[in-house]
Write a protein that binds this ligand. Structure first.
Ligand SMILES: C[S@@+](CC[C@H](N)C(=O)[O-])C[C@H]1O[C@@H](n2cnc3c(N)ncnc32)[C@H](O)[C@@H]1O
Length: 272
């Protein structure tokens, strides 16, 4: 493995922050060493300084995209943190009157799509066919390869085993060679798009429900604050924001959201 030097960590930290908002300082420099090693062979470089120069001056941007794909953690699963999906059906969807109108939903850092499809499944279980086909779930992520995989809606047995009950598997998936494919009914209400959450965020219409889970934890305090301010602008009054189970808005966006505590299952945030 090629080691990264302190002076190299500084330039890489700056570059990765510019590319995707993630902060990786010297205390976690091993992440550069373990995640970027394949790029040395691909680019014929042998030090982090040389690799930096190649990535920085790569005009077509493919190397930058590869760095983002390798650095970002795509860890996800179906119905991750089950409690929040139970809350979705018992509290959030009733509060949003999901049985009397089609909702607009955004999964902000969807990785390979499990979160967006889990939301769609929970919604269909809650409101049946009524308004379901008119519901729109936008799912975005900075990683092009994650978005590509998500849009296919095809998962291997290991991914299926992480979070899906056998009832949900048979109701919402079809066998597809050695894999499982999300049924069209679910797939057709979800659309996928590449988006960087540290860039500008603007939409024509506001969302009723936004999931922003397990992504802001990798951002600096300032980038987190900016992100939740931008998200506040695209949620309708009364709309709901859901964060990861270890995340909170404490000190970040207090005047835009009120916390709704529903212990022991979790906490969500209502746009004021
Ligand atoms: C740990 S996964 C979380 C996936 C899902 N939300 C969940 O909780 O299971 C984090 C995702 O955030 C994405 N990500 C990282 N930085 C991002 C950025 N600046 N803009 C958009 N997505 C980003 C990564 O590509 C990755 O897929």
């Amino acid at each position: 493995m090629i080691s990264i030097q302190t002076n190299e960590t500084a330039i890489w930290s700056e570059l990765v922050h510019q590319l995707c908002g993630i902060k990786i300082d010297h205390s976690r420099a091993y992440l550069y060493e373990t995640r970027l090693f394949q790029l040395f062979r691909e680019t014929g470089t042998s030090s982090f300084e040389e690799l930096y120069s190649k990535v920085k001056h790569n005009k077509c941007g493919t190397l930058q995209k590869k760095v983002v794909d390798l650095i970002t953690t795509g860890e996800t699963s179906f119905f991750r943190d089950l409690g929040i999906f139970e809350l979705l059906k018992s509290r959030i969807l009733p509060e949003l009157k999901a049985t009397s109108r089609p909702l607009k939903i955004w999964s902000t850092a969807c990785s390979t799509g499990q979160e967006a499809y889990s939301i769609a499944i929970a919604l269909c279980e809650y409101c049946g066919s009524r308004f379901f086909s008119k519901t729109k779930i936008l799912a975005t992520d900075i990683s092009e390869s994650a978005i590509f995989r998500a849009s296919k809606g095809i998962y291997n047995q290991f991914e299926i085993n992480r979070g899906l009950s056998s009832e949900r598997l048979s109701s919402w998936f079809l066998p597809h060679c050695d894999y499982w494919k999300v049924r069209d009914k679910i797939r057709q209400i979800v659309s996928f798009r590449k988006m960087n959450l540290t860039g500008a965020i603007s939409f024509n219409k506001k969302f009723d429900l936004v999931f922003c889970r397990n992504v802001a934890i990798y951002f600096s305090e300032e980038d987190k604050k900016n992100l939740f301010q931008k998200i506040a602008k695209v949620i309708s009054p009364g709309g709901i924001l859901v964060l990861g189970s270890t995340e909170s808005l404490l000190g970040l966006s207090a005047d835009s959201f009120e916390p709704v505590r529903a212990y022991p299952k979790g906490i969500y945030y209502r746009r004021l």
